[in-house]
Design a protein around this ligand. Structure first.
Ligand code: PLP
Length: 378
């Protein structure tokens, strides 16, 4: 099967609209020029309302989402400073691992897919002297949406910087940077924005920017203050040569999101994941996350428990044989769950194809005994 014939239903990378692919085939330009400055400027302006913050404090790093995560921690944390890293999935774990490199980590680990206990978070903050708290808003590995607003409030109360991974909520779900008191938010190009992988977009608060001035061992390539200084010049630029073609693609993808309207886009993502969940419920497939009062199912990726007798890896493989690429579980969740992304340019028709093939696989493997219950919900 040709790549073009495959249906990418993973939680990133996602399928990319053809106008984005075409935009990337344009000739190279000088990255220290008015033309490139205008690209940065327009990207910032389009992203302001998606982060809900000041566009002037949004920078773009050539590097995938993890580069943005490392830039965020490295730029504000000095050796010996305490960082609470909240973990209920693989990406929370990644923040913890990065924090270990730069500061003194206070891990707060919950089982992957479980919800955060806000009282425990407050206890850790109360124990004292916490410089920052890291959290993944939409934990892609477990399909759970964590409570950014509530954790933001706690961070503010204890005067800790709030570092938030919005990599799979940005452009597909609500991100309220200012209102939630976020200090650094990290997004990525290959998720709900529907551009290719390779760029990380980072929003910063004034508080985070002042903390950077006092951080002595900031990374070199991933120094957010260097990025901020470069976009503060009359001609906006990046400190080092950027991935110019990816910037072309990002700009086109952001224009598409803007013309759809961010509210419409969020609603579309919510409707799509809701229909996936309804289809699963109708087929007797359980959702994976354990929700509490503050957490929600993700509005951009659905994580399901593997049914009795059929592992997530088997489902992924059988789907792949039929040309549909979904995701299994990562690390300790391998085999136990499977995940379907409904990010970016995914359409109801794509979902219909995915759910009907899944339904056939479940039927053939005797997990369900009739066809059509799931599909009716798309
Ligand atoms: C994909 C993802 C990342 C990692 O991004 P890379 O682009 O692979 O570096 C980080 N956090 C979350 C929540 C993600 O979904």
């Amino acid at each position: 099967m040709q790549t073009e014939d495959k249906l990418l239903m993973m939680p990133g990378p996602v399928k990319v609209p053809s106008s984005v692919l075409r935009a990337m085939s344009k000739p190279m330009i000088n990255h220290r020029s008015k033309d490139f400055s205008e690209i940065i400027d327009e990207c910032q302006k389009l992203m302001g309302p998606m982060f809900n913050t000041n566009p002037d404090n949004i920078v773009i790093i050539s590097g995938s989402g993890s580069a943005g995560m490392e830039a965020a921690i490295g730029s504000v944390i000095n050796k010996g400073e305490k960082v609470i890293s909240l973990e209920n999935g693989k990406f929370g774990e990644r923040f913890k691992e990065i924090s270990f490199k730069y500061g003194d980590t206070v891990p707060l680990e919950f089982e992957w897919g479980d919800s955060f206990d806000l009282d425990l978070i407050e206890e850790k903050l109360d124990a004292g002297d916490i410089s920052a708290i890291t959290m993944v808003h939409n934990e892609t590995s477990a399909g759970i949406l964590n409570p950014a607003k509530e954790v933001g409030k706690l961070a503010k109360k204890y005067d800790a910087l709030f570092i938030l991974d919005v990599i799979t909520s940005f452009g597909g779900d609500c991100v309220k940077f200012d209102e939630w008191g976020v200090d650094i938010a990290v997004a990525g190009s290959q998720k709900c924005i529907a551009a290719p992988p390779g760029l990380s977009m980072v929003a910063m608060s004034e508080k985070a920017l002042s903390k950077m001035e006092e951080t002595t061992c900031r990374p070199y390539y991933l120094d957010l203050l260097a990025y901020k200084n470069s976009i503060s010049k009359e001609m906006k630029e990046t400190p080092y040569t950027p991935a110019v073609s990816l910037f072309y693609g990002l700009l086109e993808a952001l224009r598409i999101a803007d013309s759809e309207g961010i509210e419409n886009r969020i609603k579309r993502h919510r409707d799509m994941t809701k229909s996936v969940r309804d289809a699963m419920a109708a087929m007797g497939i359980e959702m994976f996350p354990n929700l509490n009062k503050y957490s929600r199912y993700s509005n951009t990726v659905s994580a399901m428990k593997s049914p009795e007798g059929l592992s997530g890896e088997d489902i992924k493989k059988e789907m792949s044989n039929r040309g549909i690429i979904i995701a299994g579980g990562q690390n300790r969740l391998k085999g136990k769950i499977f995940r379907i992304g409904s990010m970016g340019a995914v359409t109801p028709l794509d979902l219909m194809t995915t759910i009907s093939e899944l339904e056939l696989i479940l039927y053939e493997n005797k997990v369900i005994d009739k066809i059509g219950e799931g599909m009716r919900h798309i």
